[in-house]
Design a protein around this ligand. Sequence first.
Ligand SMILES: Cc1cc2nc3c(=O)[nH]c(=O)nc-3n(C[C@H](O)[C@H](O)[C@H](O)COP(=O)(O)OP(=O)(O)OC[C@H]3O[C@@H](n4cnc5c(N)ncnc54)[C@H](O)[C@@H]3O)c2cc1C
Length: 393
Amino acid sequence: MTVDEGQPGYARHAVEVFAEELDEFLAAVMAEAGEHADPADLTGLDEPFERRVLGTAGTRGMLGIGLPDEVPAGPWLRAAFDFAVAAHDAPLVDTAVTLAGFSVAAFANEEQHAFFLPRMTGGELTMCVAYSEREAGSDLRALSATAVEEGGGYVLSGVKTLVTGAHKADWCCTVARTGPLGSAAMTMFLVDMAAPGVRVVRRPTMNGWTLDEVHFDAVRLPPGAVLGEPGRAWRQLAAALRAERSGMFHLGFARHALDGLRRHLRETGGGDPVSRDAFAALEVDFTAGVRLACRALSADRGSSDAVAQASMAKVFATELLQRIAQEATEAAGHQGMIHAPLFAPEPAPAAAGGRFAWEYLERVHGTIGAGANELQRDTIAQAGLGLPTARRK
Ligand SMILES: Cc1cc2nc3c(=O)[nH]c(=O)nc-3n(C[C@H](O)[C@H](O)[C@H](O)COP(=O)(O)OP(=O)(O)OC[C@H]3O[C@@H](n4cnc5c(N)ncnc54)[C@H](O)[C@@H]3O)c2cc1C
């Protein structure tokens, strides 16, 4: 991380050392990435390479370092991890520990802890999260997947959509309705992706990658598949989604994109006055974004201030990323329109090798995923500014 404002003294040294080690490690492994391109896959790299990077990071103790209560500086170390991984385009953000790790660490029972955590943090086991459904995205209370108790376990049925990396995940953390009444009747489950009745359908996204549909066709789950308390998924989900929102990995992507824009402007004679002005303003906003993220990390965990700060950091970072992508394509003119996949073996005959157009398409989702920005602004109004709950029509 580039700004340490608000870091407690005990965290500062640990974060600096960790960030330096990560930078060195990621620069070395990503130097080989070009030989492992798989443009249609999530992260743009082939799965064996991803698994190798994951395994090495696990062996070096870099994964899951900020999971709840593990170490006092945990959230700062995790933020440093998120930032560095994104800034290096490394394939460690999605299906490794980041998404499901918080829920497993926070809500697993002793047996689940003993099985999953060492494997996840060791980089041996990947886990996707499958919450969203076609009619239940922002409003997860509308979900229709069901888990019906039977023979001491459950039978899980339903279809999850827009799942990141399900086609290569070993396990899945999901949520289903276990009773008829609203949010009080939702339960989280851990599902083996190799279990009979689990089927994954890959759907192409606009930047050429895939998101997955996960079909649960009467999947039989043992009683030990419940994660946390039956019927308490709503609260668990809220905590897990908040943990995704420091915004640091968006800022890592922003750093990468701004460096690309700076290179482009330098190589093309410094840019016209409008592009230079916009670029400088984006750098100012990047610094503000890092400060917002640090403020969110410093807020008292569990307080309504922390909730509002996390939402502010997420909104600012995801909108900044879109503005950078927009400015880069505009600064490059028609050369900014040519798209090339990430890690393309041959650079495209375009500005930044086609990266600007790729960024433009890729960064759309940040303002929608992990709680749409409209909902985050509502949270800021309520938890941060003390306004009453919004009236729903
Ligand atoms: C790249 C990507 C990866 C994803 N990965 C995963 C994953 O791994 N696992 C998973 O479970 N899901 C995943 N999702 C799904 C993601 O969580 C949902 O897209 C998100 O919850 C929004 O749901 P929705 O797409 O159904 O949009 P909707 O809920 O239909 O919302 C669409 C838009 O309507 C507006 N809106 C909605 N509700 C309100 C409101 N109350 N007030 C004001 N405006 C509102 C917002 O502008 C919002 O962006 C992913 C999505 C993307 C794009």
